[in-house]
Design a protein around this ligand. Structure first.
Ligand SMILES: [Zn+2]
Length: 299
């Protein structure tokens, strides 16, 4: 089977992760803009980060045969630094119209502060203007209220729920999100967000419509293979291949392709490790490039 991971922070992952993901059948992914653990001290580090998401990281992914997309946004944590947030808002339009940008994200609430709300609203307006999908990060603390508020505010700004992917859902939030017509994304993340087995139960209970699964793998203890592993568990426990395909591949494509940026035929364009990005390569002294241009392996 082929998989699409619509939320994974590859900037913080290794080449071994890329290789393992490709081997497990992941053909495409979305890297949302987020914070880096270490708070940024100036707008230039945002610029370099956004440039990397549409440049170097996309190149690195291509070297393993994985199509890389991203979402661009000011994350909720750093929205709390108002002086910096103002500067970031000014540079977002320079990046959100670039090739391969499939949405504004991940944005929304973390601690549910007034500043988070301010920049969430401003970015909803940017998304509306650009007609781009919105990828919402929901808070870990007081999740139910934060999720509810995120949806209410999106509706208040006149954004169609079909253009909004609400992320990091759990058993408490899923019903409401689906009933209101939004996409419900689930992050399979050790210990905090959602487990594989719970995800199987949710899919059995709610069916596959408008549900998608991601790993949100980042610089913390997380699993870039969470999507294929959950698919395997679903298969073991009797969920149909058609339904598994919807929640681990197709729904994410349908939702984010509303950006006009996703073409499935790009997923199988093969690997050419002889090419470079601005003079840089993933190869080190003596390593031979892998060239597999005509590969259309569907695992
Ligand atoms: Zn994330």
């Amino acid at each position: 089977m082929s998989f699409f991971d619509p939320h994974v922070h590859m900037t913080s992952r290794t080449t071994d992760d890329y290789q393992a993901m490709a081997d497990a059948g992941i053909v495409a992914l979305i890297e949302p803009s987020f914070w880096l653990g270490q708070p940024r001290t100036g707008v230039d580090s945002f610029k370099d980060y956004f440039s990397s998401l549409v440049g170097w990281e996309r190149f690195r992914s291509s070297q393993f045969g994985i199509k890389h997309y991203c979402t661009i946004g000011l994350n909720s944590r750093e929205a709390n630094n108002e002086a910096l947030a103002e500067q970031v808002m000014e540079v977002l339009p320079l990046f959100m119209y670039k090739d391969g940008v499939v949405g504004i994200g991940e944005i929304g609430f973390d601690d549910q502060t007034p500043l988070e709300e301010k920049y969430y609203r401003l970015q909803l307006e940017l998304a509306k203007e650009a007609n781009l999908p919105v990828q919402i990060h929901t808070p870990h603390r007081d999740k139910k209220r934060g999720t509810q508020r995120s949806m209410d505010i999106a509706i208040e700004h006149g954004i169609d729920p079909t253009m909004v992917i609400v992320d990091h859902n759990n058993e408490e939030t899923v019903k409401d999100v689906l009933n209101k017509g939004f996409w419900a994304a689930f992050t399979i993340y050790p210990f905090t967000k959602m487990g594989n087995q719970r995800m199987v139960e949710i899919t059995k209970q709610f069916g596959p419509e408008r549900i998608m699964i991601n790993s949100a793998a980042d610089w913390g203890i997380s699993d870039p293979l969470a999507v294929p592993k959950t698919a395997a568990l679903m298969k073991q426990q009797g969920i149909s291949v058609d339904d598994i395909r919807l929640v681990t591949y197709q729904n994410a494509i349908t939702a984010f392709a509303q950006s006009g940026q996703i073409d499935e035929s790009d997923f199988t364009s093969g690997i050419d490790q002889s090419i470079k990005f601005e003079g840089n390569s993933i190869l080190r002294g003596g390593q031979q490039p892998r060239i597999n241009k005509s590969s259309i392996i569907i695992r």
